[in-house]
Design a protein around this ligand. Structure first.
Ligand code: GLY
Ligand code: MN
Ligand code: MN
Length: 461
C-alpha cells in the first residue's frame, strides 16, 4: 500500500480544519442480515479515502496541525481465529502511515481529551446513525472540565463538504484504479453478451440470472471484490423498468437485453450499461432506436470537456433524442411541434426520464456538488411544464480535468396510445465512464464496444 497517497489527503483535510480544528471520521457499521449472518462489510468511503483501511470498527481522528490517530480493533487471537486477521494498533502506524493508533475501546476516554481546547469539531453530518449524540456526549465530558480551565469547541461543522470537494477531482492513484475497474467490467459485459447468443444458438433456456452469473464470474476473476451496485440484467420489456434487478425472466430470441453492471475494485466503482440483441442480431426497429441512443451519446461525449458544464452533455443528448423521436415517429410533429417545442415542453420525457450522468468514484453515484460553488447565489426559477413544480436553476458545475462522470442516455418505450407498435417494450441505455481531460474526455469503459455492428460481430459464433 502506498501510504503517501492517504497521508497527502489527510494533510489537505487538516489544512481546512483551522489550526485548532479536529475531525472525526468513523468507518461504516457492520450490519446484521439475519440470525448470525452479517451483510458483507463494506468500509465507509470517506474513511477509506483518508486511511486506505478496510477493517470494520475503526475511526480516524485528524487535527488541524496534521496529526492523525487511528482507532482500530485490538489484536485478539480468539477473534482472529473466527473472523480473520486484525492489523491492530501496534502495527497500524507503519502499515498505514498514521501518526498514532489506539484500540477502538479507548475511543470514549480519548475523544474528550482530544476535543479539549479545540475551537471546532468536524464530522460527516447525517451519515452515521448516532454519531451526533456520541459527539455530544464527548463534548459534555469536555464541558465538565471547563472549571479546570478546559476550552470546549464552540462549533460543529459538516466535514462532508470538504471531503466531497476533494473526492470530486480524482488523483492519479484513483484514476488508475478506476481504469482497471472499468476494464474488468467491460470484459464481463462481453462475456455476458457472448453467453446469451451461444446459449440461444444451442437451443437452451436462457435466464437473466445466467447472464448475471457470467458478470460475477468475470468481476471476481479480475480481482474485484464485489459488484459496485445491484446488477441490472433486464430481458425484453424489463429494460423499461429503470431500477430492475437481475431476476429469473427468460431471455428470448428476438428481444433485447439491457445490462447495467459494474464491479467495485479496491474501493472504486465502475458503471457500464450495454443493450444488445439476445441472439446477436438487431431487428430493424431495435437498430433504429439503438443508433439514435448511440448518436445522442456521441453528442454527449463531444460535450464533455474541461470548461464545459455538467449539464452540457445532458442538453446535447436531449437535443439529439428530441430530433430522433420526431424522425422515427415516436413523437408526432402535429401534436408536439418542432424539436425546440419537444425540448421546452419536455415531451421527450415519456421516453427519456433520467439524467444523462452522475459523478462516479468510490460511490457509484459519487459525492460532489452539481452546482458551481462560485455561483451558488445565481438562481433563476422556472415552472416545470410537466409537473408544474417550481424549479430553482443554479449554474451547473464547471468540469475540470480529473472529474469522472457517466454518460448514459437511453430510451424506454412503454406501450401507449399513439406509440407505434414495432417499438413497444424496447428499452435501451448505453452507459460509459468518462474522465474529463483538458481537451475532451477519456472513455475508460470502451473495452466493450458500443457500435451495433461491433456488438453483432462479437456475438457471432
Ligand atoms: N447503475 C446506476 C446508474 O447507472 O446510475
Ligand atoms: Mn450510472
Ligand atoms: Mn449504470
Amino acid at each position: 500500500m502506498n501510504t503517501s497517497v492517504y497521508a497527502a489527503r489527510r494533510a489537505r483535510v487538516a489544512a481546512q480544519l483551522g489550526p485548532d480544528g479536529i475531525a472525526i471520521i468513523p468507518t461504516a457499521p457492520e450490519r446484521p442480515r439475519n440470525r448470525d449472518s452479517d451483510f458483507l462489510f463494506r468500509h465507509d468511503s470517506y474513511f477509506y479515502y483518508l486511511s486506505g483501511f478496510t477493517e470494520p470498527n475503526a475511526w480516524l481522528v485528524i487535527t488541524g496541525d496534521g496529526h492523525s490517530t487511528l482507532f482500530c480493533q485490538p489484536k485478539d487471537l480468539e477473534r482472529e481465529i473466527w473472523d480473520g486477521f486484525r492489523l491492530g494498533p501496534d502495527a497500524a502506524p507503519a502499515a498505514l502511515g498514521v501518526d498514532a493508533a489506539l484500540a477502538v475501546g479507548e475511543l470514549d476516554t480519548q475523544l474528550p481529551r482530544l476535543l479539549e481546547n479545540r475551537d471546532a469539531v468536524w464530522y460527516p453530518f447525517a451519515i452515521h446513525e448516532g454519531l451526533e449524540s456520541r459527539v455530544g456526549g464527548w463534548l459534555n465530558q469536555v464541558r465538565m472540565r471547563v472549571r479546570y480551565g478546559a476550552l470546549c469547541p464552540e462549533q460543529q461543522r459538516d466535514l462532508c463538504g470538504v471531503l466531497d470537494e476533494l473526492r470530486l477531482v480524482k488523483d492519479a492513484h484513483e484514476l488508475d484504479v478506476m481504469r482497471r475497474a472499468a476494464q474488468i467490467s467491460a470484459r464481463a459485459h462481453i462475456r455476458a453478451m457472448q453467453l446469451s447468443a451461444r446459449m440461444l444458438r444451442e437451443g437452451k433456456d436462457v435466464r437473466e440470472y445466467h447472464l448475471d452469473a457470467e458478470l460475477l464470474h468475470e468481476f471476481r476473476l479480475g480481482g474485484s471484490q464485489y459488484p459496485a451496485y445491484g446488477s441490472i440484467v433486464a430481458a425484453g420489456a424489463n429494460a423499461c423498468v429503470l431500477h430492475y434487478r437481475a431476476d429469473a425472466a427468460p431471455v428470448r430470441d428476438g428481444e433485447l437485453v439491457l445490462i447495467d453492471a459494474g464491479c467495485e475494485l479496491d474501493g472504486y466503482a465502475s458503471d457500464i450499461t450495454r443493450t444488445f440483441p439476445a441472439n446477436g442480431r438487431f431487428s430493424g426497429p431495435q437498430r433504429a432506436l439503438y443508433d439514435l441512443v448511440l448518436a445522442s451519446q456521441d453528442a454527449a461525449v463531444a460535450a464533455t470537456k474541461a470548461g464545459a458544464r455538467f449539464n452540457d452533455p445532458h442538453d446535447a443528448t436531449v437535443k439529439v433524442l428530441a430530433q430522433g423521436l420526431l424522425d422515427v415517429g415516436l413523437l408526432d410533429r402535429n401534436k408536439v411541434g418542432s424539436v425546440d417545442d419537444v425540448i421546452d415542453s419536455r415531451a421527450y420525457f415519456q421516453f427519456y426520464m433520467h439524467r444523462t450522468g452522475h459523478w462516479l468514484g468510490m460511490d457509484v453515484h459519487d459525492c460532489g456538488s452539481y452546482v458551481e460553488p462560485t455561483q451558488v447565489g445565481e438562481v433563476s426559477e422556472r415552472r416545470d411544464p410537466l409537473s408544474n413544480e417550481l424549479i430553482k436553476n443554479r449554474p451547473s458545475r464547471v468540469l475540470h480535468p480529473g472529474m469522472v462522470l457517466t454518460i448514459e442516455p437511453g430510451l424506454y418505450v412503454r406501450p401507449a396510445e399513439g406509440v407505434p407498435e414495432p417499438f413497444h417494450n424496447i428499452g435501451i441505455r448505453i452507459e460509459d465512464d468518462a474522465i474529463v481531460t483538458a481537451t475532451g474526455c477519456e472513455l475508460i469503459s470502451r473495452g466493450v464496444p458500443v457500435k451495433a455492428e461491433e456488438i453483432e460481430a462479437l456475438m457471432r459464433g
